[in-house]
Design a protein around this ligand. Structure first.
Ligand code: AMP
Ligand code: MG
Length: 268
């Protein structure tokens, strides 16, 4: 799949070379933005119906971002045009004691999509080379090995018929400041704020380094990473929908052939 936001497998990612404000020179109210967004959403809905009916392939969309990066908003946007019967969102929080008693892929593997289904991961197994690395929750020799384990895991899913898209919603540190402040200023958003967010913010550079390594080591042919310029929500939503649409078109799901002749059946 060709897309400018895709991390070419085998290339080193330098996030400072990517502009989180990028918007192709477009503005929110441009007709083109509305047209592209609606077109992608309509196509996704149609393709999903085929995927569901076909029942042989599945789609896994992994969403990662810094705090306030827009994971929830993106999910709301992407899900709008889809049939809820065929979609599932799995959110990964701080692991429970039971989850910690297993290997790091155990909790995610249970939520991978069944044939015909689309699953969106809100955070994912990548937390185990991001927050876990930044906070040194396990020694380096443990998290270092995980990039390769993740690639093998994703290869396994791909061989089982799962198409994998991994999207990093990339916002700037200044944008995060505004979004955190907005959560403090608006009582309806207080629940989204955690005092720990200000502590995580102090580790911004460490997180960027961890993201660069994850994107570099784990963008593969079967499971590419995309860096989405996400300072502008309308641009982020449009690009995400277009990337998903393009991947679904490549999957080319088809309605199954039936083994009866509909013209020979009379409904009395
Ligand atoms: P939120 O997405 O705001 O609900 O927060 C979920 C929190 O869970 C974030 O602070 C993540 O960093 C944290 N989290 C998710 N996965 C892991 C993990 N494997 N180990 C430690 N913390 C995690
Ligand atoms: Mg949070």
């Amino acid at each position: 799949m060709e897309h400018f936001a895709m991390v070419e497998p085998g290339t080193r990612v330098d996030l400072s070379a990517i502009d989180p404000d990028f918007r192709e020179g477009l503005s929110k109210r441009d007709e083109e933005v509305k047209r592209r967004r609606d077109a992608a959403r309509d196509a996704m809905g149609d393709l999903q119906q085929r995927l569901y009916a076909e029942g042989t392939q599945s789609l896994l969309i992994v969403l990662q971002a810094m705090d306030t990066g827009g994971k929830d908003g993106t999910i709301r946007h992407v899900m709008r045009g889809l049939n809820p019967a065929g979609v599932h969102v799995a959110s990964f929080k701080v692991p429970t004691p039971q989850e910690l008693a297993h290997d790091f892929l155990w909790r995610v593997h249970r939520h991978t999509p069944r044939r015909g289904q689309i699953v969106v991961f809100n955070r994912s197994h990548y937390e185990d080379v991001l927050v876990v690395r930044v906070h040194e929750l396990v020694p380096e020799r443990v998290w270092r090995r995980r990039y390769e384990r993740i690639n093998e895991f994703e290869q396994l899913l791909a061989e089982a018929g799962t198409r994998i898209l991994k999207l990093f919603l990339y916002i700037s540190k200044a944008e995060q400041k505004e979004r955190l402040q907005a959560r403090l200023d608006n009582p309806d958003k207080h629940w989204k704020f955690s005092p720990a967010d200000t502590k995580e913010r102090k580790l911004w550079e460490e997180y960027i380094a961890a993201y660069e390594d994850a994107l570099t080591h784990c963008s593969t042919e079967v499971a590419p990473w995309f860096v989405i310029p996400a300072n502008r929500k309308w641009y982020r939503n449009m690009i995400v929908a277009e990337i998903i649409e393009a991947a679904m078109r490549e999957m080319a799901p088809r309605f199954p052939e039936v083994d009866f002749d509909p013209s020979k059946i009379t409904i009395k």
